[in-house]
Ligand binder design. Sequence first.
Ligand code: T1G
Length: 705
Amino acid sequence: MDSSPHPVTVRKRGAVCLIVIDHPPVNAASHAVRSGVMQALLAAETDDTVSAIVIRCEGRTFVAGADIREFGQPPGDPTLPALCLRIEAASKPVVAAIHGTALGGGCEIALACHGRIADASARLGLPEVKLGLIPGAGGTQRLPRLIGVPAAVGMVATGRMMAAAEALDRGLIDAVATGDLTSDAVSFAEKLAGDTARASEGADAAMALPLRRTGDLPVPPFDAAAIATEIDVIERKARGQLSPGVGARCVLAAATMDLAAGLAHERGAFANLLASEQSAALRHVFFAERAASRVVALEGVAARPVNCVGVAGAGTMGAGIAVALAEAGYQVIVAERTQDAAEAGRSRIEGLHQRAAESGRISQQAAAARMAATIVGHDIAAFAPCDLVIEAVFDDLAVKQDLFAALSGIVRPDAVLATNTSYLDPNQIGAAASQPERVVGLHFFSPAHVMRLVEIVATGQTAPDVLATAFAVARRLNKLAVLAGCCDGFIGNRIFSSYRKQCEYMLEDGALPHEIDAAMEAFGLPMGPFAVFDLAGLDIAWARRKRLAATRNLAERYVRIADQLCELGRFGQKSGAGWYVYENGKRRVDAGVTTIIEAEAQRSGVQRRSIGADEIRTRIIAAMVNEGARILGEGMAQRASDIDLVFINGYGWPAWRGGPMFQADRMGLGTILEEVERMQARDGAGWEPAPLLVEMARSGRLFGG
Ligand code: T1G
């Protein structure tokens, strides 16, 4: 017998019945909640002492959606659509008292009510598209009846939340609470009851207001051509994800179908998406993002307070980090080595804030305020008051060690020192600080003010509260933080290196850059790998290969094609040519690169053959997953889903693919292992199957558990 109290209770305020949902953490509409609300509603309807009903929630929010954890199980009665229909059909007024975030099924319950009162800070939304779904309990049919098709298409297709003020303005809610939310909702319910009573007693028509059932409202007229264009844009922007377009088209269908037909149409589309791979992947990502912040070693560990943050270096990375910090409300102190570099850095930072204002993301005043909160100079003594200093200087060990040694004599003993290094060992950087335990890696991804991902790297000395501080700062920056161990390239770049090698092997084996790019863009990546290499610059990886050449494992296959391009000064977009040629802002396939590839294959004695898109994708995913399995086996990542998040949020992997480890589970780890065994036979050292992959493939286990 479940001892937890029932999530739905009933109270009275005069003649108004309060149906109170208390189902932490977000009052998700679980089966128990749905059946509790239904029972309370039916009882209130037959209770002569009840004239109206208010549905409200305890805790931090109104119902924040269907219970995602119940997906995949048979939906127990009443389903959410049935509950919404019954609320709408109620013989007595039902009013939703909304606070927090009324999302998904929660918003749909509110839409089915006869009135909606919201807190000033409340937000409403239908974010189902972010789970690869669409509203499945009438949202696409009732929302346009209240706010019109154009606004409803925008809300459903983007999943954005609408603030209470806008919701009032658009007619999604009836009022914003001026006093106590419940009291305001009760008053509104009493008013509706009075109106309804007058209607039923045949009072003067002007005074009588029969219950306004959302589903009975007509869909307001709209510009069909404009909506058709809008939906085309939505589908193009979705880049292969289905739910935004499907949701928008269901909203459009509301204008041509009666409610019953529209609800059936919506339910069919919802059921298809619920069974889709895309939704399974996006639900995986939803829970993965929430798991990523769970670090067992940090339970109960308090972060150090951080308000003033220093950034050493104001190049591309440093400027982006400074902008992200200012955006999060930190006081920011930036220092470069010289006055000129500081001035250049200041302009870079100012330009980024200005661009955010010009794009409408922030106001000019906000941009000015953020710049005013940012001090830029060329003396690291300015870091003295900082609670945290993040270095984003040239990726050279000696430079970073000298900086941390100098900072140790400038900042307070309790100030945290963070390195943004991509490839150097934070242990070695930290060793230069007077207190290595206060050093941590904060590996941002460029552009740092845009990319959500930050890899947090604990050195062997990092103190728990320093690690907790890094997570707290990442959270305040609204970043997705993933804990990574100290290994070459941490999680993302280490796996990306394997990915790149396989791509270059495939050139020798028979594929061409644009064929590999096309295969990965068809998979959903916004840009294929060779286009990305050209964008980032081939010289960076080339410098690293030259740096590591003396220690390279000669038994591992090495492809010299990229080196040859660099020796020709072909560094990618920055030099007008790399894997592709760039003319007038356009990227073009270059037959000269094909010639170099063919010559290199001949020199290597490789018989080139055609390689299809499926094989290209399988080799790339297998290479990534094998490295991911090594990383997990070495304890350099906490969980497989963290690796998925790294590629979705740092490397442009489509979230609706779930990430490489999720993809491997869907492809079958046996298939992945077979591909890795082929790599080992063909590509030699460095391509041995990861022990964890072997063990899981043979035992039938999955990365997703
Ligand atoms: N179902 C189950 N658990 C949920 C949940 C949900 N809908 N929403 C959140 N949680 C859990 C979450 O896993 C975490 O658990 C805890 O609550 C706190 O969440 C028919 C089909 C509401 C804005 O998509 O956007 O309705 O990790 O860390 O940052 O049309 O949660 O503590 O164990 O995110 O304050 C539509 C999803 C569902 C909303 C709060 N609704 N949730 O953010 O806390 S589909 C959504 C959120 C649907 C109908 C369709 C956010 C939040 P744990 P959190 P937060």
